[in-house]
Write a protein that binds this ligand. Sequence first.
Ligand SMILES: [Zn+2]
Ligand SMILES: [Zn+2]
Ligand SMILES: [Zn+2]
Length: 228
Amino acid sequence: MILTTNTTIAIQCSQCGELEFHALSLFAFSQRERKKLLCGCGLELMSVTSRNRQQFNVTYACAYCGDTHYLRLNRRAIWGKEVFPLVCPAVEASVGYIGPKQKVTQACHEREKSIGELAVELGYEEEFENPEVMLRVLEHLHFLAKQGDLGCACGNHQLSFELLPDHIELYCECCEAVGVIYADCADNVRQIEGIDSMYLEENKTWLINSPLRGQHISKTNEEETKWR
Ligand SMILES: [Zn+2]
Ligand SMILES: [Zn+2]
Ligand SMILES: [Zn+2]
């Protein structure tokens, strides 16, 4: 029998909004200390205490309602085989998860997806020509930003975004750089998802992809195949 002594905690910070990952060892509770998990921004995300390593008192700051929630969990809920959701009772959604690393990562991925679906439900539908494409492009930009692969050649990494019905404009506030990303057809998603790193050119406007060009290309390809 394998006894799990390490668990992963993922929780969204109620101060800066980042999704934070922490490892927690059962052996951290050898002395009756309070185990605190801090976010990179300094906020205390969670604290765990135990007297006997069987019952654990967990409190966490909730990114949804702003309150602190309290749970009393047994060892198997924290260091078990399944994912335990950190729920906000006010909105009935999870601000994070505890469990095996792989399952926690998977649960976070699904949570992100449902946030995307929520955005569509909340009426992005009417604002964008193709909301699904817009969301997928935004997701990729978010991913690039997280990896540190989004910025401006002038050295600025904090670009401003403006969302328009069929495109996104990226601005550098340190220089005059502008980037335009079309997001109105599925080909736009493929173009953008193929980009691993995106740096605006200092003081220049860059059309990062082209509108609806993909449709034209695929038509030409079909004709070529016919002729061969
Ligand atoms: Zn934070
Ligand atoms: Zn809450
Ligand atoms: Zn710049």
